[in-house]
Design a protein around this ligand. Structure first.
Ligand code: ATR
Length: 275
């Protein structure tokens, strides 16, 4: 059986990618086989070798293997290089596997095209200094975001990230704040890039952090606890990251099939499914 496309992760059973890609494929009248492959820790490159060795054409890579996929790729596009992580692998001419990162483009597209939030000139607070935040900084700045403040529980990690991107993008307005002080910072939009939605404890952020601001949660569905909390604390609007998931998938689809699908149908169908 052909194993054209797949998503690899651990765990991976919850992944919505096969469904999203199959909606795109039927819209574009493309036949594809897309499966989920669960990979154990330390086995990513063996699993990817086996996949591409059997004729696989494209892989999506999710937690916790995005950095392994970065190391695996024979060449990287700029966004993947800057993000230090890869979520899309594509087998090209001569069997060379290229690595891409479509997460940041997915976020930008969702914010601007679906939610109509203006990024040009905006001041953002991003909560978290892990992989999710790292993957979106350059695409946001490239859309004309005026300033990004990275607020993290562990301030040292935010400082390291700001140091890295200040070197990569001299002149970009990037700064650091503790989570506790983030409410005091001037901003139009607050984006949650932490994994706090995966834990069950109370959210102890100050309500002033989100009151009167647009809030976006890169988590979606039941894990979008930040968006849910923000909507009850007086945020102007609070949305989850389902649209980012769909849009990053559309960017991957475009890399593999040279056509970017319309995303509205997939968004509506998956929204209906996950609530
Ligand atoms: P990812 O790749 O999903 O970003 P990660 O690299 O492990 O995952 O980063 C998780 C981020 O969520 C970190 O910024 C982490 O804060 P610390 O650097 O202080 O660990 C943040 N995070 C996780 N749980 C959190 C919580 N309950 N409250 C606030 N921040 C949290």
């Amino acid at each position: 059986m052909s194993r054209d496309y797949a998503v690899m992760g651990f765990p991976v059973s919850h992944s919505l990618s096969p469904e999203i890609h199959s909606i795109f494929a039927s819209q574009e009248k493309i036949k594809l086989h897309y499966e989920k492959i669960e990979v154990s820790s330390g086995s990513f490159s063996d699993a990817a070798d086996a996949f591409f060795g059997q004729g696989g054409l494209g892989l999506n890579v999710t937690v916790p293997f995005k950095v392994d996929a970065y190391a695996y790729a024979s060449r990287l596009n700029d966004l993947a290089e800057q993000a230090g992580a890869v979520n899309t692998l594509a087998r090209g001419e001569g069997g060379l596997v290229s690595g891409h990162n479509t997460d940041g483009l997915g976020l930008v597209r969702d914010l601007e095209a679906r939610h109509g939030w203006a990024l040009n000139g905006a001041r953002l607070i991003i909560l978290g200094a892990g992989g999710a935040t790292r993957g979106v900084i350059v695409p946001l700045l490239a859309r004309g975001v005026e300033e990004i403040i990275i607020a993290n529980r562990t301030v040292d990690k935010a400082e390291a990230l700001v140091g890295l991107f200040s070197t990569l993008m001299p002149g970009a307005k990037l700064s650091v704040c503790s989570l506790a002080d983030a409410a005091e910072c001037e901003a139009d939009v607050v984006i949650n890039g932490t994994s706090l939605g995966l834990s069950s404890g109370d959210i102890t952020l100050a309500p002033e952090l989100v009151r009167g601001r647009h809030c976006y949660d890169m988590s979606y569905g039941n894990n979008a606890r930040f968006a849910h909390w923000a909507s009850h604390q007086g945020a102007i609007s609070a949305v989850d990251g389902l649209g980012m998931l769909i849009e990053q998938a559309a960017e991957s689809f475009a890399i593999w099939h040279q056509v970017r699908p319309d995303t509205n149908l997939a968004f509506a169908k998956i929204r209906e499914q996950i609530g």
